[in-house]
Design a protein around this ligand. Structure first.
Ligand code: GLV
Ligand code: MN
Ligand code: MN
Length: 419
């Protein structure tokens, strides 16, 4: 087993400046004029980001591989090649107006640990693998966390690849185009046994910064449901059609959202209810809208509350249809996750041992770790981000905090890979 001293030495080998520079280099790919990134899943920028990581891995002498959903793995062998690997990582896809750190931090912190292991000549019993999960954001293709969902076998690959983006392109077509630019990377089958999974991420909320604490020991993730509501009315002339004769899909959708907003409000402000996408067709000033599609993202820490609120969406939308036809489709339903007590204790132990102030917290955001938790002991480490701002081009984090999280990650991975 890696002694405490060896794990602590690895933590000390984390290089803050190198880790920071990698964030800046990665953020050039898909950079937006507003200072953020737009690297949507399976886009050319997503492919470029993967190529950059593969090049860095090659420079360290580490091998890359890709599975059928495009999850990218960088493997550092262990003493026992057959031992189940320890996995760490996150995602490189982003929101359309995303930041430099959401996802990229977990990938780059994991890479920094591999580099530190290489430079220290550290020998681990288990292999350690860095993973870049495909389409974590679920911005372009539903469901979110497509790569980890496929990896754990929660949904069939063919069903996931059939998902269409808002322009009608399938995830399978977009993935194929991206993989064509990575033709030289060896392929591997989907899914394999994992000894443990640990993911580093910015908090994406305000708690750590407000508490002045660099490390979040994440105990779990709140539950998350996503829905697509489609409202079909009738196109009509804006100048001639009396209001009472219209089947206006837009007005129906607005009244549905208004009614839902009333039901979702709770005294403790715990429910998270978001309509993040709203498409109107045909989208002409003088045509009564014939079709609206909108998404609902609904989250709560308690499964019963989520089920109760989710169950009200269909009936409420029907009640406010105003003569239109309504279809409500549940795109995904992830129950609340509790991370494995052994991983939570390990993160707490190493934050303490490295002298880093820490606090426990539940993740408001969804992460691939919540899916891995179904197949292996899993957990997460959070670091603060400025103002708790995320899914925003202004997202930012301090180099020292990023390095602190990577140090905790390094020590935990060393210990997990030793046992
Ligand atoms: C992930 O980005 C989420 O929406 O929680
Ligand atoms: Mn993320
Ligand atoms: Mn995100």
């Amino acid at each position: 087993m890696a002694g405490e001293r060896e794990a602590a030495a690895l933590a000390a080998a984390i290089d803050e400046a190198r880790l920071w520079q990698r964030h800046l280099d990665m953020a050039r790919l898909g950079a937006t004029p507003g200072g953020g990134v737009n690297r949507q899943a399976f886009s050319p920028a997503d492919g470029e980001a993967r190529r950059l990581l593969i090049r860095w891995a090659q420079e360290l002498g580490l091998a890359a591989s890709l599975d059928p959903i495009g999850n990218l793995f960088i493997r550092r062998p262990g003493r026992e090649p057959q031992a189940e690997p320890v996995l760490t990582g996150s995602h490189l896809d982003s929101q359309p107006t995303g930041g430099k750190f959401d996802g990229a931090y977990g990938v780059l912190a994991g890479f920094e640990v591999l580099e530190a292991m290489q430079r220290c000549g550290m020998e681990t019993r288990r292999p350690v693998e860095l993973v870049v999960w495909s389409n974590e954001e679920g911005s372009r293709f539903q469901p979110a966390c497509m790569g980890s969902v496929a990896f754990i076998g929660a949904r069939p690959l063919a069903e996931l690849l059939a998902a269409r983006d808002w322009e009608g392109m399938t995830a399978g077509e977009a993935l194929e185009a991206m993989l064509a630019t990575l033709a030289e990377v060896p392929r591997r089958p989907l899914g394999f046994p994992v000894a443990a999974y640990l993911e580093a991420h910015i908090e994406q909320g305000p708690l750590l910064e407000a508490a002045g604490v660099p490390i979040g020991v994440v105990t779990g993730v709140q539950g998350l449901h996503r829905y697509l509501v489609e409202v079909v009315g009738e196109a009509a002339h804006a100048g001639t059609t009396p209001l009472r004769q219209r089947k206006d899909a837009l007005k129906a959708a607005v009244s549905m959202i208004h009614a839902l907003e009333g039901v979702m409000a709770d005294a403790t402000d715990t429910v998270r209810f978001t309509v993040g996408r709203f498409d109107v067709a045909p989208g002409s000033p003088n045509v009564v809208p014939s079709r609206v599609r909108f998404t609902i993202d609904l989250r709560h820490p308690e499964a019963e509350v989520l089920a109760r609120l989710g169950g009200q969406i269909g009936p409420l939308c029907q009640a406010h249809a105003r003569g239109c036809a309504v279809t409500v489709t549940r795109l995904s339903a992830v129950p609340p996750t509790r991370f494995h007590p052994r991983i939570v204790s390990l993160v707490r132990h190493w934050a303490t041992a490295l002298g880093l102030p820490h606090r426990e917290l539940l993740s408001g955001a969804g992460h691939d770790a919540m899916h891995l938790a179904a197949v292996c002991p899993a957990g997460m480490i959070f670091v603060p981000c400025a103002g708790g701002i995320s899914h925003n081009e202004a997202e930012s984090a301090r180099p020292a905090d990023l390095a602190a999280g990577a140090r905790v990650l390094a020590a935990c991975l060393a210990e997990l890979a030793a046992t």
